[in-house]
Design a protein around this ligand. Structure first.
Ligand code: ZN
Length: 280
């Protein structure tokens, strides 16, 4: 695999393309929705996207921001939107100002601080909401929700013509369901699972799991604001997600070794549900 290319992975009709390796790079694009969670070093697969959701300001997740802006300007793309923890807006703006000074050029951009539970509407079908992650610096996790409209129960069974007439009269014949499709953690301790009730119910839970065995202790993981497989295993049965995708696995575990440890340590019933994201 070439690092600049990233790897694709699809589930529940949603396509992901990205890379995640602890301390080195994390960037997970959803190209069909023109968004990326984190940007790593601005690999080519994020350069044409419109919405960027930064989990926190550590360089392996966020250093690509200035480069994305310069590439967007060079290819005359509209200004992108970067969503991020509020405390990151000012220092990142300062970095851009410095780079504008170096280049004697000004850039167009929106850096938008998000508070937990704020929503970013992508289109009629999808929105993203933020929630607090638990890392060493201010950090957010994000959930992509799908909005589905159903005919409200009291109108089911009515003929089409009747429904059309009610809708014309302005009656609300639909009910709205909001389905948590993807939750993305960035870097966090295990207690992110308890931050909002829908996180563990997301169809796809893309979560960091930096350490997989006793090469590092749970205490070490927690001290650095990370997560150990030993903390996840006892909680698996309470997580309703249909797919649990581990990202941010430490480079101490080359991919073949990481897969082997995971398969050895997971209960048999969990071996298909829990996977490591293929791009690292
Ligand atoms: Zn971090």
């Amino acid at each position: 695999m070439s690092v600049t290319a990233g790897e694709s992975w699809t589930s529940h009709g949603l396509k992901f393309h990205g890379l995640s390796l602890s301390g080195i790079r994390t960037s997970m694009a959803m190209p069909e929705l023109s968004l990326s969670f984190d940007v790593a070093q601005a690999y080519p697969f994020v350069l044409n996207l419109k919405n960027f959701f930064l989990t926190h300001g550590h360089m392996d997740h966020a250093v690509g921001v200035p480069y994305i802006l310069s590439q967007k300007a060079m290819t005359r793309q509209p200004k992108p939107r970067f969503y991020m923890p509020p405390s990151l807006v000012e220092p990142l703006t300062r970095i851009m100002k410095t780079w504008e000074e170096i280049e004697e050029h000004t850039y167009e951009y929106d850096f938008i601080g998000l508070k937990p539970d704020e929503r970013v509407v992508l289109n009629d079908k999808y929105f993203v909401t933020a929630w607090p992650a638990l890392h060493r610096i201010e950090a957010l996790g994000y959930t992509l929700f799908e909005v589905r409209k159903h005919l409200a129960p009291e109108f089911r069974g009515l003929p089409q013509g009747e429904l059309a007439r009610l809708a014309r009269e302005g009656r609300q014949i639909n009910e709205i369901e909001e389905i948590p499709m993807v939750s993305f953690t960035g870097d966090t301790r295990i207690e992110f699972l308890d931050q909002r009730p829908w996180i563990a119910r997301s169809k796809i839970l893309m979560m960091e799991c930096t350490y997989l065995d006793d090469k590092k202790s749970i205490e070490h993981a927690r001290q650095w604001g990370h997560l150990h497989l030993d903390e996840l295993l006892p909680r698996l049965s309470a997580i309703e997600a249909e797919k649990i995708v581990l990202i941010h696995v430490s480079s101490r575990y080359p991919t073949a070794m990481a897969e082997r440890i995971l398969q050895d340590r997971l209960p048999a019933a969990e071996r298909e549900r829990v996977v490591i994201f293929p791009g690292r």
